[in-house]
Design a protein around this ligand. Structure first.
Ligand code: ZN
Ligand code: FE
Length: 254
């Protein structure tokens, strides 16, 4: 069993602790800050063995050095970002495998939000840790990449098994959903999902994880094929990447 613990930190970040019960190995994905991770490790009597970073932004690597210093864990991140990941020990590239006890993940390169962004797919555990590439009903802003790159990255994620759980790094769901409704007001599944999301958020509960299946049905950045979406952005019959770019631009201005 891979145990996954979700820690809400800062305004809207999620840190994930992954624990392999057999080996005792524990990894943390995108530790924005160290203390909540240290507290969770102590509470569960877990030993931190690795940090997995998706990209170099401060709200994803802020706890790296303190955690490394206190636990001696290995910092794993994109080789392309080795100059800007604090404490990096191992640089990984697209397609490479990493292991946590008996569990293994494939590194998938997903440029767009940043040029070096990577995600970690634990196929046997049906879990994807996708940082700021894919959000629930949204996707990351294009800070360093082009719309074409981000679209390609999302195309890769779209092909993962429908049941894959999406563990993204932010609780942006409610705002994303409000935008999604403006571009696909006729999407019934989206409307229904927003009711559930609003109820969860009213109780301050997480809306993450999601699944690839749910995203295919409700995430506008997965739905360039939809006629209603194409009509909203006045790109009927255009190339999917053009539809995507237009939706991304609208979201930036939303
Ligand atoms: Zn970011
Ligand atoms: Fe972030």
């Amino acid at each position: 069993m891979l145990t996954i613990l979700q820690l809400p930190v800062l305004n809207d970040n999620y840190i994930y602790l992954l624990h392999d019960t057999v080996s005792g190995d524990t990894a943390v994905v995108d530790p924005a800050v160290a203390q909540p991770v240290l507290d969770a490790l102590a509470k569960n009597n877990w030993r931190l063995t690795a940090i997995l970073n998706t990209h170099h932004h401060g709200d994803h690597v802020g706890g790296n050095l303190e955690l490394k210093q206190l636990t001696g864990c290995t910092v794993i991140a994109a080789l392309a970002d080795q100059h800007r990941i604090p404490g990096i020990d191992r640089g990984v590239v697209d397609g490479e495998a990493i292991t946590l006890g008996r569990h293994s993940a494939r590194v998938i390169s997903t440029p767009g939000h940043t040029s070096g962004h990577v995600v970690y797919h634990f196929a046997d555990d049906n879990a994807l840790f996708c940082g700021d590439t894919l959000f629930v009903m949204g996707c990351g802003r294009l800070f360093e990449g082009t719309a074409e790159q981000m679209w390609q990255s999302l195309q890769t994620l779209k092909t993962l098994p429908a049941a894959t759980q999406i563990y993204c790094a932010h609780e942006y769901t409610q705002a994303n959903g409000r935008f999604a409704l403006t571009v696909e007001p006729g999407n019934l599944q989206l409307k229904q999902r927003m009711e559930v999301i609003n109820q969860l958020r009213a109780k301050n509960l997480p809306t993450v994880p999601s699944t690839i299946e749910q995203e295919l049905a409700t995430n506008p950045f997965f739905r360039e094929d939809g006629l209603e979406l194409q009509e909203t952005v006045q790109r009927v019959g255009k190339k999917p990447v053009e539809v995507f770019a237009a939706v991304r631009k609208l979201k930036d201005e939303f």
